[in-house]
Design a binder for this molecule. Structure first.
Ligand code: NAD
Length: 368
């Protein structure tokens, strides 16, 4: 039986420390018929050394060898296009339309985990958006706690009583709920808000209070996602939130609408009304904007009134060991789903594959 050569690339994006496959998954992939080729140092930044991969049965290779031999390439972020060749299969988080167009034009088959049908129970082990959002939400709460420089829980000591920190989390998807429960565990008084009415029950189930904004119209939901707001609705929401924001010590924003720029929830005026020493962490921050008017991607700024604003759009990369472990489980589940009798097969009738295959040469030629 031919072995399929699976290449694990060393990620090269700025600040990217994750690796797509960890040594723990190598055994399962080998058993399924893959020869796992690992670019030297691919896992080093996530604390997985080359020796651990070798012990698990992987073959260590240089970047040139990887590029020449890998038939299936696994990545975390979008793959570097100059390292890909026609005929390869690329599996990663590649759904950005410009990347998809380029991969398609190059004759590459690309599978993107960010297109997974998330409500399908058989797809849940493959759900990298969820696994990475969990890491982001956890880290956002820990980062905010560290930056706040006061206690999160109420502490009664001989030196006085510290009141508990008040934390507001905007957006109650996977990251938001994880941020809420982590802040709760650290002892803060936590409030959560989402424009989707169904989020209320999830917010209260993690021990946070749900913020009701009567002036904001509840959004229709499409498959559990919020839909885009009009500019007028966004202003109403910003004004309703501004009052609440100034009453909190820490604000963590996680709101996104798939396919659109993130909604602006925290205006500069709202930040100006916050107390000195307050902290805002914007998980939606990217080149496309963010939830916080003054946040800059991957930068920390301190405003004139002493509020620290952290642009934190790629927090999973800052917890690479945990994030890679989870991602590796997701990607292994995808690969095992695609392998039949030691061969990688793309079945367009399979609902998971129909969703995640974003580029495919045969499809371009009209064959299926
Ligand atoms: P996301 O990252 O796309 O967005 C985060 C949150 O921001 C969402 O809850 C969204 O409603 C909220 N939001 C958007 N615009 C907003 C606004 N203007 N004001 C306030 N909040 C706003 O979300 P996600 O974490 O990917 O989750 C999206 C949905 O998918 C949720 O309903 C989640 O429960 C669901 N989900 C289901 C499964 C599953 O069934 N297995 C797995 C993961 C997620």
């Amino acid at each position: 039986m031919d072995v399929l050569k699976l290449g694990v690339i060393k990620e090269a994006g700025p600040g990217e420390r994750r690796v797509a496959v960890t040594p723990e998954s190598v055994g399962r992939l080998s058993a399924a018929g893959f020869l796992v080729l690992v670019e030297r140092d691919a896992g080093a930044a996530a604390w997985y050394d080359d020796g651990a991969y070798e012990e698990a049965g992987a073959e260590l290779v240089t970047n040139e060898e990887l590029d020449a031999r890998a038939e299936v390439l696994v990545t975390v972020a979008a793959p570097p296009l100059d390292r890909i060749r026609a005929g390869q299969v690329v599996v990663g988080m590649t759904a950005d339309p410009a990347t998809v167009r380029e991969l398609d034009a190059m004759g590459v088959t690309a599978l993107s985990l960010d297109r997974l049908p998330r409500t399908l129970s058989s797809a849940q082990p493959m759900d990298a958006l969820t696994s990475q959002a969990n890491v982001a939400g956890y880290k956002a709460a820990v980062l905010a706690a560290d930056t706040y420089e006061r206690f999160l829980p109420m502490l009664v000591t001989a030196a006085g009583t510290a009141r508990p920190a008040r934390v507001l989390v905007l957006g109650a998807g996977v990251a938001g709920l994880q941020a809420m429960s982590t802040a709760r565990r650290l002892g803060a008084v936590v409030t959560g808000y989402d424009v989707r009415p169904n989020a209320r029950q999830e917010v209260t189930s993690v021990g946070a209070s749900f913020l009701e904004l009567t002036s904001v119209r509840a959004m229709e939901e499409e498959d559990g996602y919020a839909t885009d707001m009009t500019a007028e609705q966004e202003v109403v929401e910003q004004q309703a939130l501004a009052d609440q924001i100034s009453r909190h010590d820490i604000v963590i924003t996680t709101a996104r609408v798939p396919g659109h720029s993130p909604p602006l929830l925290v205006t500069g005026t709202a930040v100006k009304a916050m107390r000195r020493g307050s902290v805002v962490v914007d998980l939606a921050s990217s080149e496309l904007g963010g939830n916080v008017e003054d946040s800059l991607p991957e930068q920390t700024v301190v405003t004139e009134n002493g509020v620290t604003i952290i642009g934190a759009g790629n927090l999973p990369a800052t917890m690479p060991a945990a994030a890679s472990t989870a991602y590796s489980h997701n990607i292994t589940a995808v690969l095992l789903h695609l392998v039949r009798d030691g061969r990688l097969t793309i079945d367009p009738d399979d609902p998971i594959q129909a969703a995640i295959v974003v580029a495919r040469p045969e499809r371009r030629e009209g064959q299926s």
